[in-house]
Design a protein around this ligand. Structure first.
Ligand SMILES: C[S@@+](CC[C@H](N)C(=O)[O-])C[C@H]1O[C@@H](n2cnc3c(N)ncnc32)[C@H](O)[C@@H]1O
Length: 489
């Protein structure tokens, strides 16, 4: 089957992209709909699909990924209830309810979670203080959201006490959202790329747009963010899933950091846009270690990879030679060149990173960490340094530290698929299966890009083979899906 015209139509109309392993759901979905329509072949189905909105939505409902659960990323709900809402309320001139939209709400767990978090903070008056809405392209998912009935699996991250408070049992396996919470949330059909579905949705104070943008490419993300910006009030905020936030810093809205969490504001609010201190000498300044513990850091506004003011890159031939030797694991010879380079330029970060990489591979973990920290003093956002620190922790079984550093790596550069993959491995080892699944999926998504993706690292030759990692991600996701299906029974 020639998938290209279908891919183009779907991408153009709702943004979803299907590449590599992601093609399988498209092929399966097309087979189902071709059969359901009694179309002779794919070409005949394409002709029928083109002008038929109803059929297009039937197909899209087979292609969306509706993965969601209550109290996903609860820190962001806390940020909403404790920081954003009080600030908006303090500025408000009228008594109209504050409007919150969950864009890409799937089966409704997100908007109901927002409603719960606000009830927890503001009590019964939350019912008149807030107007909550959910929107999604998938009408089947919206129907479930409207019904508000959930199985155990949706509650995997929710405290039992909250379930008791806000849900009523329905039979042995299901729970219904309690009527007062149910009434507070309204659902709309919404295609984020199609402005004609936006007319019912103006003037939001806050929009949640979490775990949706991962299915789109950058130009589509930008278009969608422009649409979401148009739906926000002038002082409104957009909250994007933590792992996606930096990949959505596209210059449309202002990235703001608050208590280690990020969101976008239409206008810069207090606190202001994260300010990246390009590290300058000579007086005592924050080291990367000061900055990094314990909360994640704001990414540099510009530039992505600030040059160390005092470093002059060593001659490319020399660093290239050191890199070649490191790749070939001729560590002694590589180090001999690196030492010479560092004598000339003690803060040459590429040379330091190769040195740290070699120390790591020689199991000189403390030395590797020290060298990586030296890099962070002049390049506070060196993804390579974060990855060295993460691996040094991982290989010593210090999983919590390894997770922290890999997270820094993906904050600094979301394309760093090795960091996502390792996060998957670490979460899986800690039995955090949902997080593991998600990390593998991000790695897989990045690895499915065309052409074959870079790993986001500037110099260290990590040597992870993309094809095998892709295979491992698929394998782990399939296993985790199996576990989830068993748990849901
Ligand atoms: C993985 S779910 C995210 C659910 C929830 N926001 C969360 O974080 O748990 C992604 C949702 O985005 C929806 N979606 C995908 N493309 C969309 C589009 N163009 N417009 C609106 N919703 C879309 C899908 O139907 C799906 O339900």
């Amino acid at each position: 089957m020639n998938l290209t015209p279908f891919k183009e139509l779907i991408k153009q109309r709702c943004g979803l992209i299907f590449e590599g392993v992601g093609e399988k759901p498209l092929v399966d979905g097309l087979h189902k709909r071709i059969a359901a329509n009694g179309a002779e072949n794919a070409t005949a189905y394409y002709a029928a699909l083109h002008g038929n909105d109803l059929e297009f939505h039937e197909l899209v409902c087979l292609l969306t990924i509706n993965e969601t659960y209550f109290y996903r990323e609860p820190e962001q709900l806390q940020l909403l209830a404790d920081c954003l809402v009080p600030r908006i309320l303090a500025r408000k001139q009228d008594a109209a309810p504050l409007r919150i939209l969950s864009a890409g709400c799937s089966t409704g767990e997100e908007p109901y979670s927002i409603a719960m978090a606000l009830r927890e903070k503001y009590g019964e008056s939350a019912a008149r203080m807030f107007r909550l809405e959910g929107g999604d392209i998938d009408k089947g998912a919206l129907e479930k959201a409207r019904v508000g009935r959930y199985s155990e699996f949706s509650f995997r991250a929710l405290e039992p006490a909250l379930r008791e408070r806000y849900f009523e049992r329905h039979g042995k396996w299901a729970w219904n959202v309690r009527a007062d919470l149910h009434e507070q949330v309204e659902f709309h059909h919404l295609n984020l790329l199609d402005k004609s579905t936006h007319h019912a949705l103006p003037d939001y104070d806050i929009i949640f747009f979490r775990n949706v943008s991962i299915y789109f490419d950058t130009p589509t993300r930008r278009r969608i963010q422009q649409h979401l910006a148009a739906l926000l009030k002038d002082d409104g905020c957009l909250i994007i899933g933590t792992a996606e936030t930096l990949a959505n810093d596209l210059g449309v809205l202002n990235l703001v950091e608050e208590n280690g969490l990020f969101y976008f504001a239409k206008q810069p609010l207090a606190p202001r846009r994260p300010h990246f201190e390009v590290p300058v000498l000579p007086e005592r300044r924050k080291t990367a270690t000061d900055w990094l513990a314990p909360a994640p850091l704001p990414r540099p506004a510009v530039p992505e990879r600030p040059a160390a003011p005092q470093s002059v890159a060593p001659s490319p031939a020399n660093i290239d030679e050191a890199l070649r030797l490191t790749r070939e694991k001729h560590y002694e010879e590589a180090l001999a060149i690196i030492v010479r380079l560092l004598e000339q330029q003690p803060v040459a970060s590429d040379a330091l990173l190769l040195k740290a990489h070699i120390q790591l591979h020689r199991k000189e973990y403390a030395a590797a960490e020290e060298t990586a920290q030296r890099v962070l003093k002049s390049e506070a956002w060196s993804v390579d340094a974060f990855v060295v620190l993460a691996l040094a922790a991982k290989w010593r079984n210090q999983n919590a530290d390894a997770v922290k550093w890999f997270k820094q790596a993906v904050y600094a550069r979301n394309e760093c698929w090795p960091a996502h993959y390792y996060l998957g491995e670490l979460y899986r080892a800690d039995n955090e299966l949902e997080k593991a699944r998600r990390a593998y999926r991000v790695a897989l998504q990045l690895l499915s890009g065309q052409p074959a993706p870079g790993d986001g690292l500037s110099i260290i030759p990590l040597g992870l083979p993309p094809t095998e990692v892709r295979f491992l991600c698929e394998h782990q996701i399939a296993k985790l899906d199996g576990l989830r299906a068993v748990a849901a029974q």
